[in-house]
Design a protein around this ligand. Sequence first.
Ligand code: FMN
Ligand code: SF4
Length: 256
Amino acid sequence: MPRVAALLDVAAISDITGVVSADTFERPIYAGNAIATVQSKDPIKVVTVRTTAFETAAATGGSAPVEPVSGAGAAGLSCFVSAELTKSERPELTSARVVVSGGRNIEAPWAIFASPLPLDDFATMKPGFASMLQFKLLKLATPKSVRFSELYFLEAARKVRRSVSCKLGYVGGVLSLEAAQQVLNEGFDAVVMARSLVHDAALVQRFREDPAHRSGCTACNRCVAVMYGPSGTHCPLTGNMIDARLNGLPAGTVEQ
Ligand SMILES: Cc1cc2nc3c(=O)[nH]c(=O)nc-3n(C[C@H](O)[C@H](O)[C@H](O)COP(=O)(O)O)c2cc1C
Ligand code: SF4
């Protein structure tokens, strides 16, 4: 179908589940978890249809004309050899019980952080037309309702915990020992902290000294913007720097 669309120089719209009007269709995205409404201005529409999304057509009584067409017939250039089904151990994305996605880094960073990015800081750190445009678009797209709260991913993470048996760490808004303990009590195997440790690398030691201690991280995300600058990731609010050598290690480096 994409080949047909390319030869006609029009867009291919695949797997539609609804027809809104002559040029507007609905189709599932994000493994069926969201429905996108798409419009095509092309003179010819090339669409594939998810037939199960539509009512079964009546066997009789329709009014569509049936037109016989003549053709040259098979040229004998291809033939059916066999059909084989590929069996995968992994669940099909469309039927998976849980699809893990906190939000796409580029398109929806506020979903990962549960707080808006300081886009003006980003623009200063990453000058240039392309990034300026990107940040302007991000600014427009950031929803007004984003609100940070402690353990903001817990509800979603519980669903993942119930669905998989592998080891699982929790990440998202851990600011206190009490929250970390709750996460462990709920069956997570590890507690991951990002911004609260950038805010204060000695946080775990402070929890030891005072179990009621809370991180003062405000979730302003300025530390994310400065990671593109010469000083690397640190908390501009406290001025706490991170060891330059550690800051320079590529993500995923394991040190004994
Ligand atoms: C400076 C900084 C850089 C980050 N870079 C990445 C990254 O490259 N990839 C990623 O998936 N998450 C990245 N994150 C997101 C964290 O992994 C984490 O999901 C997020 O900060 C929420 O956890 P927190 O509330 O403990 O900060 C970054 C976070 C910070 C603060
Ligand atoms: S800049 Fe500091 S206070 Fe702001 S989110 Fe980062 S660590 Fe927290």
